[in-house]
Design a protein around this ligand. Structure first.
Ligand code: NAP
Length: 407
C-alpha cells in the first residue's frame, strides 16, 4: 500500500516526497486506513469517538517515521487536553506545522514497531521495536498508527513487553526535562548524593523520577498517601513520608536541607520550599506551572505578561534566601529515552503499571484517570499480544486494580 505524503506545491515538497519515497522502499506493508479514538470538540470522555476508517498518518518531514502502535498509555495531560487545556498554544503550534485542530487524537506514549521512515532517518528501519513520547501539538497515539519525529523515538527496552514499555516514555521524558534541563542535574558530579524531595511519588512521573534519581546516586525523600507507601519504598526511595499523616510536615522538616524539590503533586510541594538549603540556589521545580492555563484564559500576549509576572513573583521570596522557583515542562527526547532504556534493561528502573485497558475501552480509562489517585500508569493494549508475566491483567471496570502496588 502506498504511504501517503502530504502533497504541497513547490520544489521543497517534491524534494521531501523524493526523500520519503526513497527510504519507503524499505517500509513494511501497511493499510491505508486505521482505527483511532478521536474528538471533534472539547468536553468529557463522552466526546471520544472510535473511528474505524481513519486515513493513516502521513510522513510529512524527512525526519519523521511511522509507528504501528502496539500499546499506548493515558496521562493527566490527555484528560486535560480533552477538556481544551492548552488549546490556544497548541493551535499556534499546529498552524506553524499546517495541521488542523480537529479531529484530534489524544495520547502521548507509544511502544510499537517502525513501519516506514522518512528519507532523513538513518537511525531507525522498518521492523525496529521502538518507544516514544510524541509532542502534544501532534496527533496522538490512541490509534493503530502514529507519525513521530525521529528525535522523540528510541529503541525500546528488550526486557519489557510493549504494554510495560508504553507506561514509561512520557513520564520519563517529563522527569528528565524537570531534573536535567530545569533542575540542572546534568552530570554525575551534579547528581551523586544530591538530596531530592519528590512530592507525589506514587503517580506516573513521581514513580519514574524516584527510580531515576536513585539510579543516579541521589538521596531521595518521597511523599505519597498511606496506601502507596509500600510501592514507593519498593522503588528505592530512602525515606517515604505519608503526606496524609498529621506529623508529615514534621518528618519532612527533620530531613531538611534539600538541593532540589520535584513537585509532581499539583503544586502541594510549594510550601516545602523553606526546607531547601539556603544560599545554594537549591531549586523548587514544579510540573504544574500556570503557563498554558494563563494563555488559554488571557491570550498569548496578556497571558504571556501574566506568566512573566507570576514567575517573577514566585521567585522574589525564594531568591532573597538564595533559592529558586522553576517551571518544568515535558519535552520529547529520544536521547533521554535511550538512557532510560539502558537503565531499564540493567534492572534499575521498572514500569509501574496500575491497570491495562483494551483499546475498545479507552473512554473508560479516561473516566478512571479523572478520578485521580494514580499509582503508576494506565496502559492501553492496542495489539493483542500474550501478556508478560509481570503485567497486571486487563481491567474493564471503573474500579482501580485491587493490587495498587503496580507491576
Ligand atoms: N508541565 C508538564 O509538562 C507536565 C508533564 C507531565 C505531568 N505534569 C503534571 O505533573 C503532575 C504529575 O503528573 P503524573 O502523570 O505523575 O500525575 P498522576 O499520575 O496523577 O500523579 C499525581 C500523584 O500525586 C499524588 N498527590 C496528590 N496530592 C498530593 C500531595 N499533597 N502530596 C503528595 N502526593 C500527592 C496523587 O496521589 P493521591 O491523590 O492519592 O495523593 C498521585 O499519585 C500532574 O499534575 C500533571 O498534570 C505536567
Amino acid at each position: 500500500m502506498p504511504l501517503l505524503v502530504l502533497g504541497r506545491a513547490g520544489a521543497a515538497a517534491s524534494l521531501r516526497r523524493c526523500l520519503v519515497s526513497r527510504r519507503s522502499a524499505h517500509r513494511a506493508s501497511v493499510p491505508t486506513e486505521m482505527s483511532a479514538w478521536q474528538i471533534h470538540r472539547y468536553g468529557g470522555p463522552e466526546e471520544l469517538q472510535l473511528t474505524t476508517s481513519h486515513r493513516l498518518p502521513t510522513i510529512t518531514q524527512p525526519t519523521e517515521l511511522l509507528i504501528k502502535v502496539h500499546a499506548a498509555s493515558i496521562n493527566p495531560i490527555d484528560v486535560a487536553m480533552l477538556g481544551g487545556y492548552g488549546s490556544t498554544t497548541m493551535n499556534l503550534m499546529r498552524q506553524l506545522c499546517g495541521t488542523l485542530e480537529f479531529p484530534l487524537t489524544l495520547g502521548r506514549d507509544v511502544s510499537g514497531e517502525v513501519v516506514a521512515v522518512g528519507g532523513g532517518v538513518s537511525q531507525f528501519r522498518p521492523g525496529d521495536q521502538v518507544w516514544a513520547a510524541v509532542g502534544p501539538q501532534r496527533q496522538g497515539t490512541h490509534a493503530e498508527y502514529v507519525a513521530a519525529a525521529a528525535g522523540s523515538v528510541s529503541l525500546k527496552p528488550r526486557s519489557l513487553s510493549h504494554v510495560e514499555a508504553a507506561s514509561i516514555p512520557y513520564v520519563a521524558a517529563t522527569a528528565w526535562s524537570a531534573l536535567v534541563v530545569t533542575g540542572e542535574l546534568v552530570s554525575e558530579g551534579t547528581r551523586r548524593d544530591r538530596r531530592v524531595l519528590v512530592c507525589g511519588a506514587a503517580g506516573g512521573v513521581g514513580s519514574l523520577a524516584v527510580q531515576l534519581l536513585k539510579a543516579w546516586g541521589c538521596q531521595v525523600t518521597a511523599t505519597c498517601a498511606t496506601d502507596a507507601v509500600e510501592l514507593v519504598e519498593s522503588l528505592g526511595a530512602d525515606v517515604v513520608v505519608d503526606y496524609t499523616a498529621p506529623d508529615a510536615d514534621e518528618h519532612l522538616k527533620l530531613m531538611q536541607g534539600y538541593d532540589l524539590i520535584l513537585d509532581c503533586s499539583g503544586g502541594h510541594g510549594e510550601r516545602h520550599i523553606p526546607l531547601m538549603k539556603p544560599w545554594t540556589y537549591a531549586k523548587y521545580v514544579t510540573l504544574s506551572p500556570p503557563l498554558l492555563k494563563n494563555i488559554d484564559a488571557d491570550g498569548l500576549v496578556a497571558g504571556g505578561v501574566r506568566n512573566l509576572a507570576e514567575l517573577v513573583q514566585s521567585n522574589i521570596s525564594s531568591h532573597t534566601q538564595g533559592r529558586s522557583h522553576r517551571w518544568a515542562f515535558f519535552m520529547p527526547n529520544g536521547c533521554a529515552l535511550s538512557q532510560v532504556r539502558d537503565l531499564v534493561d540493567d534492572g534499575k528502573i521498572r514500569p509501574v503499571v496500575q491497570r491495562v485497558v483494551p483499546f475498545e475501552l479507552v473512554p473508560d480509562a479516561f473516566v478512571q484517570l479523572q478520578g485521580g489517585h494514580s499509582r503508576g500508569k494506565t496502559v492501553i493494549r492496542v495489539v493483542d499480544e500474550p501478556p508478560a508475566p509481570s503485567e497486571p491483567p486487563e481491567t474493564d471496570t471503573g474500579a482501580p486494580s485491587s493490587d495498587r502496588s503496580g507491576a
